[in-house]
Design a protein. Structure first.
Lengths: 538, 317
């Protein structure tokens, strides 16, 4: 027998040992410190710098990196609408009756001017949001209707006391607009933040040129060790799509964090090849049709149901998703939420079945019964924005044509569009609902009677809907909550067809493949603090 | 002449007042509400109470005559008010964009003059020969081609050939001349080409007309060299209508390059105009219209002064 030389035996042993070691992650996955991220904000600018009073993403994208929240969606898993992590909050607990939430703050958090961030600052910020003093506008005050008081019993503890237990509170708290401001500054001048920046976020404010750009530099004292990775960022305002695409293709910007329509994504893919990466997600924005209940024949639920039955949502999704930023078929609750209707249940709602011929036959029958003649004409009021309003509007008109209706597309620019919605001077209108953190309990409040919901443009009052909502708001048992939500959807979309659902939006974000660490979420308002973003070398 | 200058200066005010009244009324005739747009334009949950509060803060709940009176009294103090969208002074919003728009206007004018004067003159001198045809083709192409479309072609050309686009953020010339010019020379070229087309045709026809005058024939008969006839006698007389055209076009460039600014993503007055109108920012629209009216008046005034310098026979009383 030939003996294997010792050196060979050692080599084999060494190889065996090495093979048991974990493989090194590819270099591209290891965060690299440094670099400046240039990205596009698809807007001309923002109205003010105070997120508490604004609702546009044009505030979030360029300014969110300067601020911290109390809690936020998990940046590692922003698609999960129930996963929250602490930002300045280190931990929290809820009382057994669900009426008291206690948050413990991290130690050593500072504002960019060196002032320590304490519970007093958190309380002052939320008091401004929830209980704004006279002369102060709070865009999200209505979200916190359940909060009775905010207390700061010691510098590292914040307590929220609720009027009643509800599932709507935590998602409202994680809203990306709930920036933590300095209490002393608010006390001095409560309007200061409308034109200035002072936060505790991963980046410090450097420059703002109205209509042009916002830039920031790394906060070396950021409370999350090792973050942020970037040296800085520059958010460039580019409103039109063509120069946005040119900027990404020409290397002047890495990404537009909002979204691009499918055709633009294809154009970038063709031009940039493997230098482009793409992420896609269902979007927490729904596109609806609101028949005006005060205008005949749309005051008749049979007519409204007929309009809904005519829409082939399943086939429409396949076709429209190729040309527009819409895709998912869903009810009133965001399809990605655990509280959303499963497909089998969804298909029991009028207009969501898969047998479109049967649905359209039923639609024609309902129209005849309601006395609507064949060839009946009316106008679909819509917003003069291509994506997705006009694209879906054209599709809807074609769907209604197939049940014998002649519909004219009446398109208005945004400001007169809203004026028309408010004065109710339309027959059927396109409407939408875009929210940040997925919060089904709050998100469906739009569909309450118009004396309770300022954004119910269909001009109806339905106390059954209101009653169901009041139960939903107070319900904490997940099983019962789902049941109530299904009843609510059935009432709004089917029995009364107060609103007609078209499709949920679809978010596609192409970006330069050098950009890492950012994960897409169901909302363009979320996960924008850039703390985890890094750039691989060129 | 001094009397003329004072009279022109004083006439500016009733003109601007007329423009102010006109734009005040016109913008308020449009349906829409800046508050609704700003606070609920993306579907936010905002109460009517909050929106009403904001309307009161902006003075939109006051009677129209009161809003007008407030604005007029502000104008008398040279205070254009604050932007209803951003809350910043209108003068600030305009000021940060005026520099870029002015630079493009100047650059485009220089390009236009540099092209129009020689080309128009050559076309006139060689009328109905190939240089004339070439110049006419060049100028008609410039007239037919929208400047924003030419801008798109320039951008696409750079992208496809060099994978390059001009910088997207404006930097003043004195801070970084190279970056400034690498951003602005392309929109200036796109705009200047069209601008030059108008001026070239005007120069050609003006020079042709002058070259037919008796004094030019006399100069030729006296044996004066052609170049001297052209520079000393013809051009100066031909410049009057050309100066008018250039003056009017220059004024238009301030705030008029709406689409070109969108194409190149320039933070100029044209883009500000569009944003102000779509946002129903009454005060900003009013301020911008007044500015443009003022620029037109000033430009006409400068043209008139230039007339007097070019043609000593012209005297204003």
């Amino acid at each position: 027998m030939i003996r294997t030389p010792a050196i060979v035996r050692s080599g084999i042993l060494l190889l065996a040992l090495l093979s048991t070691l974990p493989a090194r992650a590819p270099a591209a996955e290891t965060p690299v410190r440094g670099g400046e991220l240039e990205f596009i904000v698809p807007a001309s600018g923002f109205p003010s710098m105070d997120a508490h009073r604004e609702e546009t993403y044009a505030v979030i994208h360029p300014l969110r990196p300067f601020y911290s929240l109390l809690i936020k969606v998990d940046p590692k898993n922003p698609s999960d609408p129930t996963a929250f992590v602490g930002d300045v909050a280190e931990s929290w607990s809820k009382s057994s009756d669900g009426l008291t939430y206690t948050f413990k703050l991290r130690k050593g958090v500072k504002f960019h001017d060196g002032t320590p961030l304490t519970s007093r600052d958190v309380k002052a910020s939320f008091d401004k949001i929830i209980f704004p003093p006279a002369g102060v506008v709070s865009d999200r005050k209505a979200m916190f209707f359940m909060v009775k008081a905010v207390d700061a019993p010691d510098p590292s503890t914040v307590v929220f006391r609720l009027r009643f237990a509800t599932e709507a509170f935590m998602p409202a708290l994680a809203n990306p607009y709930n920036w933590i401001y300095e209490a002393d500054i608010l006390a001095r001048d409560i309007h200061w933040y409308e034109t200035h920046v002072m936060g505790s976020g991963p980046f410090k404010f450097k420059e703002y040129v109205a209509g042009s750009h916002v830039s920031g530099v790394r906060n070396p004292d950021y409370f999350m060790p090792g973050l942020p990775y970037l040296d800085g960022f520059r958010a460039i305002f580019i409103k039109q799509e063509a120069p946005q695409l040119a900027a990404i293709r020409g290397g002047r910007a890495m990404v537009n964090f909002r979204a691009f329509p499918p055709k633009a994504v294809e154009e970038l893919k063709t031009a940039m090849g493997d230098k482009l990466a793409v992420q896609e997600s269902a979007w927490n924005c729904g596109l609806y049709l609101a028949p005006n209940h005060k205008v005949k024949p749309f005051d008749d639920p049979r007519v409204r149901r007929a309009l809904s039955l005519a829409l082939d949502r399943w086939e429409g999704s396949k076709a429209l998703s190729k040309v527009a930023i819409v895709k998912t078929v869903g009810g009133l609750v965001f399809p990605g939420s655990p509280l959303a209707a499963p497909q089998a249940e969804l298909q029991t709602i009028a207009g969501f079945g898969t047998d479109i011929q049967a649905a359209r036959t039923e639609a024609r029958r309902l129209l005849r019964e309601a006395g609507v003649p064949d060839g009946f004409s009316f106008k679909l009021h819509n917003r003069a924005v291509e994506q997705p309003y006009k694209a879906v509007g054209i599709w809807v008109i074609d769907q209604w044509r197939q049940i014998g209706l002649n519909v004219e597309h009446w398109v208005e620019p945004t400001a007169p569009f809203f004026a028309t919605l408010r004065n109710g001077n339309f027959q059927v209108t396109m409407d939408f609902n875009c929210q940040a953190v997925v919060n089904p309990v709050l998100d469906i409040s739009k569909f309450l009677s118009n004396d309770r919901s300022a954004s119910n443009y269909a001009q109806y009052q339905d106390r059954v809907v209101d009653g169901l909502y009041d139960e939903i708001v107070h319900e904490t048992d997940q099983g019962k909550l789902k049941t109530r939500l299904r009843q609510f959807e059935k009432r709004v979309l089917d029995e009364q067809a107060h609103y007609l659902m078209t499709l949920w939006w679809n978010r596609i974000v192409p970006y330069n493949a050098r950009l890492h660490g950012w994960k897409i979420s169901p909302s363009h308002y979320l996960n924008q603090d850039l703390a985890n973003v890094w750039l691989s070398p060129e | 002449m001094r009397r003329y200058l004072v009279k022109r200066f004083l006439l500016m005010f009733p003109t601007l007042l007329g423009v102010a009244v006109f734009v005040f009324v016109l913008i308020r005739l449009l349906p829409g509400d800046v508050v609704q747009l700003r606070m609920a334009g993306e579907g936010g949950f905002v109460s009517e109470e909050a929106m009403q509060q904001e309307r009161e803060r902006l003075g939109l709940d006051r009677p129209i005559w009161r809003q007008f009176a407030d604005w007029m009294s502000g104008l008398a103090r040279l205070d254009l008010g604050v932007s209803m969208w951003t809350g910043r002074p209108v003068t600030y919003e305009i000021g940060i964009r005026f520099q870029l728009s002015l630079q493009i206007a100047i650059m485009a004018t220089i390009i236009a003059i540099a092209l129009a004067l020689p080309l128009g003159t050559i076309a006139a001198l060689y009328q109905d020969r190939w240089p004339d045809y070439a110049v006419r083709v060049f100028s008609i192409a410039g007239l037919a081609m929208p400047s924003f479309w030419l801008g798109i072609l320039i951008l696409l050309g750079f992208l496809i050939a060099f994978h390059w686009t001009p910088p997207m953020v404006y930097v003043p010339f004195w801070v970084d001349p190279w970056r400034n010019l690498s951003q602005l020379v392309w929109p200036a070229l796109a705009t200047g080409y069209r601008y030059s087309a108008v001026a070239t045709r005007m120069t050609r026809s003006a020079v042709l007309e002058v070259l037919r005058e008796d004094y030019i024939r006399t100069a030729r008969a006296k044996g004066i060299r052609r170049k001297l006839i052209l520079t000393r006698h013809a051009l100066k007389n031909a410049m009057l209508p050309v100066v008018t055209v250039i003056g009017l076009e220059f004024a238009f460039l301030i705030g008029g390059l709406v689409v070109t600014e969108q194409v190149f993503n320039l933070n100029g007055l044209g883009k500000l105009f569009v944003d102000a109108v779509t946002q129903y920012d009454y005060t900003l629209v009013q301020g911008l219209v007044l500015l443009v009216a003022f620029v037109f008046i000033l430009s006409n005034f400068a043209v008139d002064l230039l007339y007097a310098w070019l043609d000593p026979r012209i005297r204003y009383r």
